[in-house]
Design a protein around this ligand. Sequence first.
Ligand code: GDP
Ligand code: MG
Length: 279
Amino acid sequence: MSSFIARLASLVTGLSAKDGTAIVDRERAAEEMLSMDMGIGVIEKLMAKPDVPGTDLRTILKDRMKHILLSAPLCEPACGILMIGINGSGKTTTIAKLGRWYRGRGYSVVVGAGDTYRAAAIDQIAILAERAGMDIVKASPGVDPASVIHDAVMAYKHRSRDVVIGDTAGRLHTNINLINELRKIKTVMTRALAGDRLATYLILDATIGKNSFQQAKLFNEHIGIDGIIITKLDGTAKAGIIFTICDELGLPVVAIGTGEGIDDFMPFDRVAFVEGLFA
Ligand SMILES: Nc1nc2c(ncn2[C@@H]2O[C@H](COP(=O)(O)OP(=O)(O)O)[C@@H](O)[C@H]2O)c(=O)[nH]1
Ligand SMILES: [Mg+2]
């Protein structure tokens, strides 16, 4: 995260504080934003000529950034959380981080090992669940993932746990298979939760850049997403996608991953993020 914040912060401090119409400044800033994987639409909004000539460009930029990030609806905390995303995006690691975060605040958590395609995936979540202090519901490789998630929700209900998190696989033979399976899991989880709120989080790897926008669009259209968690922000200075996703898909970034460790995670505070850039 730090490299992206540092880069964006140095960009905004480099802008002239007095002359909001300085074209050279604006063009240089726009180029820099483009190289940080911000979408053209977002850049145009951020860099549009101020209504009042001479207005401080930094002030305008700050207001516009906040406006974009706050335009996505807030994702209310939920009791049920379904983690989806492509293979390697960081779903399983993020579940451990999120579980640990909840445990640290006194909440009890049960996780459903819904990636039943590989024995190694089941072992991975089992080890992480123990490390994070979460209950786990798992089954043998090859068992229907929806039934594992169903059983995890039942465990959450019967044991009166506070949160249930469903892990899923990210790769099937085709995208259609993956989408269909995730839809089924979501339907089963919603039904089992019986009125308790479900949030579906899409996990996106920040290092893959602009392609993640297409992924978010596809998953949102076919499955419905409530929030995005962006991982591997420690590995890139190109996290401009945070703005594009909020602006063009109306989806909030709810948390970020900043390393492989179990504590390398934080909820994403949109206002604090922008204020930090201009501090
Ligand atoms: N550097 C870094 N690596 C991460 C982060 N989140 C996950 N990873 C790594 O990404 C790889 C894939 O993670 P995993 O959770 O297994 O992905 P999944 O296939 O979506 O479940 C692992 O090597 C993780 O350690 C992060 O925030 N930063
Ligand atoms: Mg996984």
